[in-house]
Design a protein around this ligand. Structure first.
Ligand code: SAH
Ligand code: SF4
Length: 379
């Protein structure tokens, strides 16, 4: 089987090249061709010796994900649906802003945490994505957007692991993917511009702090355990107090970094003034308050949830209580509403399954032809 080099961080690629009898700097060259220039075809990597290119073609490939659909919102948001095999579909979303471009990346097909308000959670868990499948989303989005916009320089300046899945329940595959995102020979994103969002997998937060303390977002959604048990079932295993201790420990590694607490605003469920006051008390009890940022996310509805979005004035009032207590608070602007690309709406779900099956077949066919012809990915 050919090794998919999209899943190799630089150290792994160095070992791979050494096994082929090649020097370390060859791995760096190869890494740059793949990630910085978006080239899949070894024969186009002109500064690699022909003998190495031939050797590589026999043992490795740069295997992208077949694209099932691309949807564009009127606000510039782009959502891609990728086929990861066995009927599993995953999504990535690009959100352009004036001063940055953020890619929302998936870590799993489905999710086992099963949060009440999340479309991915309702879908159930299918499987972990491989490192290559996580990186392939960034690789494809970056190089497609560059080509479309006619840009040489970087388009994606920030990555948020806020697509489908719980990234810290797929840690082994996530970590090398983060390394590739941060590597100067690949995407060169700074630690603060890559955010891992978690529903609170406490032991893995300590691992991430030790291995690669990127920006952390914690999906809190409730100020006390009974309500959080109901909204985020993982809370039955890792209680709020343990979660906030883990946040404080994370912060001690990168004391100047903010932790973002996400709070999905659900009408009549967690959006009352007493919830806001309880949240203020909770933050005061823990030493995280000083470098905590609250991000209130208006709930993005989907039919099976049976939940409603809090009205704007209630979200404002909630934010006011937090801000009066000195907590930095923002209300998330919903993007990509018209293409169901907002937080929690990703389900790899498509209305017409027959049409999707056809598109998957076409996407796979195009990929296969590209590989056979040795051409670069058509974008
Ligand atoms: N599993 C991780 C990351 C993916 S979810 C996590 O839960 O943090 C990314 C964010 O979207 C989380 O904060 C999540 O709580 C939020 N979210 C999920 N469903 C939502 C919905 N329907 N409306 C608004 N936000 C939602
Ligand atoms: Fe999973 Fe996050 Fe959705 Fe919860 S909110 S079900 S953890 S993806």
């Amino acid at each position: 089987m050919l090794t998919n080099l999209l899943g190799s961080d630089l150290e792994t690629l160095v070992r791979f090249c050494e096994e082929l009898g090649e020097k370390r700097f060859r791995a760096t060259q190869l890494f740059r061709w793949i990630h910085q220039r978006g080239v899949r075809d070894f024969s186009q990597m002109s500064d690699l010796a022909r003998s190495l290119r031939d050797k590589l073609a026999g043992v490795a490939q740069v295997q992208a994900l077949p694209v099932v659909s691309t949807e564009r919102s009127s606000d510039g948001t782009v959502k891609w649906l990728f086929d990861v095999g066995d009927g599993n579909l995953i999504e990535s979303v690009f959100i352009p802003e004036t001063d940055r471009g953020t890619l929302c990346v998936s870590s799993q097909a489905g999710c086992a945490v099963a949060c009440r308000f999340c479309s991915t959670g309702h879908q159930g868990f299918s499987r972990n994505l491989s490192t290559a499948e996580i990186v392939a989303q960034l690789w494809y989005a970056e190089h497609t957007l560059r080509r479309e916009l006619g840009r040489q320089e970087r388009v994606i300046t920030n990555v948020v692991m806020m697509g489908m899945g719980e990234p810290l329940q797929n840690y082994a595959q996530l970590l090398p993917a983060l390394r590739i995102m941060l590597d100067d020979h690949a995407y060169g994103l700074s630690r603060r511009r890559v955010t891992v969002s978690t529903s609170g997998v406490v032991p893995m937060m300590a691992r991430l702090a030790a291995d690669l303390p990127v920006a952390l977002a914690v999906s809190l959604h409730a100020p006390e355990d009974v309500l959080r048990d109901h909204l985020v079932p993982l809370n039955r295993k890792y209680r709020i107090a343990d979660l906030l201790s883990a946040c404080a420990a994370y912060q001690s590694v990168a004391p100047r970094d903010f932790i973002t607490f996400e709070y999905c605003m659900l009408d009549g469920v967690n959006d009352q003034p007493e919830h806001a006051q309880a949240l203020v008390r909770l933050m005061r009890q823990h030493s995280v308050a000083l470098t905590a940022k609250f991000n209130l996310i208006p709930f993005n509805p989907f039919p099976a949830s049976g939940l409603r979005r809090s009205p704007p004035e209630r979200i404002q009032a909630f934010a006011a209580v937090l801000m009066e207590a000195g907590l930095v608070t923002t209300i998330r602007k919903t993007r990509g509403d018209d293409i169901d690309a907002a937080c929690g709406q990703l389900a790899g779900d498509v209305k017409d399954r027959t049409d999707v099956q056809q598109r998957i077949t076409v996407a796979r066919g195009a990929m296969k032809r590209d590989l056979q012809d040795g051409r670069s990915l058509r974008v």
